[in-house]
Design a protein. Sequence first.
Length: 767
Amino acid sequence: MKNLLYFIAGLLAVVCLQPSSAVASSHREAPLISNDPLADNTDLYAFRSPANDQNVVLIANYIPFEHPAGGPNWYSFGERIRYEIHVDNNAGTPGSEIIYRFEFKQMNEDPTTFFNIRLGKENLKTTYTCQRSMDGGRSFQTIISNGVVPPPNIGPRSIDNSTVGLGTTYDKQVEKGIMTASTGEKIFAGPVDDPFFVDLGIFDLGAVRSDNPRDAVARFNCHSIVIEVPIATLQRDRKPVSEAKNILDGDYVIGVYASASRQMIKTLYDGGDVGYDGEYRQVSRLGMPLTNEAIIPIGMKDRWNATKPSDDLQFAKYFSNPELALYMDDSQFGTAVPGLAPLRIQTNSLGAFDFRNGKPGLFSLKGTESVKGTALDEAAFGSILLPDNKSPRAVDLLPIFYTGVPNLPPYQLATGKGGRALRAGKPFINNFLPTLGDLLRLNMAVPVTPRTSADFSSLGLVQAAVLGLTDARYNASADMQFIPNMDGFPNGRRLEDDVTTIELQAVGGAVLAAIGLWYDDFIPGTTASPVTPNLVSVLGFKAGPTKNDKPFKTMFPYEAEPWRGFQGPSYEGKKVDAPAPPASMEFAVRVKSFSCTNGDIVFEAVNPAPGKTVEYSAAGVSVWTTNPNLRVEQELFWDNNSSGVLTLKARYLNEPGSQVSMEYDFRKQCSRARMAAEPTNATASFSINVLGNPTNKDVVAFDLRGNAGEAMEIGVSDASGRTLSHAAFNATGNVERRSVRIGRAPGIYFLKVGTPKETRTIKLLRE
């Protein structure tokens, strides 16, 4: 029997080593992860500290979708799991040079109660040991023993109440959890508000809701490991940032990934005991965000999570021809995913280069004089970046994820290139660490963009590229200079960065355009500016929410405190039999006043909570704002064919869950006599007949009658009032047929036709 048990144990060990038994990471994105959430990496961040620019902040988050009220046994870091943050600072040596390892343990201070916290005692109280290796894992040094993990933020009786609870505020618990390692690092491990923001409706076959997104992780918590460490500790030669040669010094590039590992064998005993044995094996990992969620196919996701970044070359084909690109290509499945319609990959960039899946991309230049002295030269990295004539995105997406981007042509902004994409241009990124593995790469020499700066943007390096191409402060020369948001994703990742939008824009060709491989509607020698409608469409795309549901802190540990499970007066002294408050006392929104002359509208909050700030929004009026004095968009206000029904919304600032709404029909409230005509004329003397409305095309034709001999102006704008096109004509015939281009994205557009006497506006629906 004993030999049989050993045989079974050995067989289990072999099975556990197979990739199919790995557990996934990043918000439940792989098949097996739902069975082991405590080991699930959700997000990874690496950025230069906004509070002390001599330091770098590393954040590894675990345990997705923690409900704040998830008692009686709240979420916690798992025992017998090794949580690790790996730092690679030398591409010439295999694996990570620096490893921070965390192991947690729990104990009950009062095992006689089923409560988590009672009478000042905490059950499942969690502490940790942190070890650090500076030699690639060959040896480890303990730098924190008995580290404090704050308790779950259960509610006012458990935390604040001095009689039955801990008698403190939760922010004080967080302060107690901030530790200083013996080697100088500042470390925090504990529950936080999940800082990620995303509309998971995108996984309903690309159902992007740009105009009305829902943050799927709003009001959920996770568990976080935060390390603030001096740059000199992470730099391969232990140099402080003051010794950097310039702001893109390649000696200051690091690559980071986080992982969780479990022992190979788990044994269940009678009586509820559990035993663990065997070596530790990686069961989840995370470097670049959304890699396993949106790039690796489902049949390979579990293998991905069991693989170390040093063995990632087997997955390179998914970056050179990403599945997502098929839904941004009308010759494939682009028309089937309207939510991604603003994103269309270059098929004939500069009249020569096709970057659709399976197409040559820049391969025709391989080995030519054109690429000599560039990163595409065979003497440099041409074998990786131009591997064959069927891997077009090996030139842009593969380096972003696998090698980092070097400060070499063609990976410099088009500024200063004189229209030739392969020439040297304006430097804006260098996070090159060619390990050929998925790592979050950060150049620690790049300065910090102040979070209070008007230039700070959640679009990270994409916004830096826009400024470098279009802003007079930065596009006057090709000289190296700091451009705001050069410290943003994909050069590291800040908490505020909208990585979902940035990565989708990148798949849509935004990086190619930034270096001078423009979109198809730019015709060299003909088109005046490369800032064409296609480029504007990509840069205007939003994948969903653009900020977290809670504001981040300005100081360590930077993430917001976890949502409280139970809160408010209903949990402090309210009687069980107390009647519910009358509907008249509930938080609501209404119209305080409306002008039938010009569409001025004043919102009003009804019964707002004391001390809380209210913000307002309505489609056709305004995005979220705390200013209640607004105006209906004029195209909508004067378009008598529209319903006139507005959906007014209000909520407390940074509390999406508090949203209330009402419908208001402003046409019904106003006299038809006052709303019947355009403000310039009471009677229209010419007519407009749109040929196809609604339409599923980008171009709409229409006939005009009754304005013979008159000058005419035609304009198209979107629902936000942004002008998309404008044209003027000196004289027109009695019947005039014209066509206009509207946006690619489904939605409402306005066709505005004006003569010296009058103006007409027609609403167009793009399906």
